[in-house]
Design a protein around this ligand. Structure first.
Ligand code: 76R
Length: 225
């Protein structure tokens, strides 16, 4: 057995976007997801719209080896991983003063949130251009902008849940943004609203977007046929 590799606080997060090869073994996909879902490990499955992928999996949990085992199992079952993202749950440095319960929910999320089947994922970074560099701004200014961001976000309380996971040094962007919404237009309106916040309007750079519907794995596998 491989020794677990775990963050000191929080969990590992792996987004896998897959396409089904002909003859994909639905039973083997089920087994892979089941094996990746015990204890604190959770796997959220979703259908992906468009050409980028057919299926998405969001796996969270303490042991990075367990995340890797999920990936191996899905590949062996006949799914090609066509895109992925690696990150860790975190409490933003601007949110450390939140009540303990909310801090725990950031580090150890229970997924998927109920009643929010619309999902999107995209990676993002904060800009580092000359004269427009987030990381050379003083802390107080960054905090002010993140408070503005948080205030915009709270307008979507109950309709959009953000899961922002940190990936600096781990993947191509600095964060993975996973949004769960009651309806797809909740996601669109939330992201559009934030485009006007300085933290996004001036400093944000985005990677590719993936959109879909959270669903029971059995339903997803039926839709693949
Ligand atoms: O965690 C908290 O709820 C505290 C306030 C808050 C922080 C610190 C917050 C609230 N966010 C925080 C941090 Mn967010 N968020 C994004 C995006 O598309 C875009 O323009 C940006 C992508 C969305 C849509 C979104 C939504 N947020 C962050 C960070 C980390 C920055 C750092 O640490 O430097 C990023 C990258 C980021 C990006 N944010 C909220 C939301 C929503 C809906 C909320 C309200 C959450 C709630 O009330 O629970």
């Amino acid at each position: 057995m491989t020794e677990p590799v775990s963050p000191t606080t929080g969990w590992g997060v792996l987004h896998l976007f897959c396409k089904a090869r002909p003859g994909v073994d639905a039973e083997a996909v089920r087994s892979a997801v089941k094996a990746g879902s015990d204890g604190d490990h959770q796997v959220v499955s979703f259908a992906v719209l468009g050409h980028k992928a057919d299926l998405g999996f969001l796996a969270v949990g303490p042991d990075l080896w367990r995340l890797r085992t999920l990936q191996t199992g899905l590949q062996a079952a006949g799914l090609d991983v066509v895109a992925s993202y690696v990150s860790l749950t975190e409490v933003s440095e601007y949110a450390k003063g939140m009540p303990e319960e909310r801090l725990q929910a950031r580090l150890y999320p229970q997924l998927p949130p109920e009643g929010k089947p619309a999902v999107c994922f995209y990676p993002m970074s904060k800009r580092r251009d000359v004269g427009q560099n987030w990381f050379t701004e003083p802390y107080q200014e960054r905090e002010r902008l993140m408070f503005e961001h948080g205030a915009s976000g709270r307008k979507f309380a109950g309709r959009v849940l953000q899961l922002v996971t940190g990936s600096t040094g781990l993947d191509d962007y600095e964060w993975g943004v996973t949004l769960f919404g009651v309806t797809p237009d909740d996601l669109k309106e939330c992201v559009y609203t934030m485009r006007f916040d300085q933290a996004s309007a001036v400093y944000a750079e985005f990677g590719p977007f993936y959109t879909g519907m959270v669903a029971d794995l059995d339903d997803l596998l039926t839709h693949l046929r």
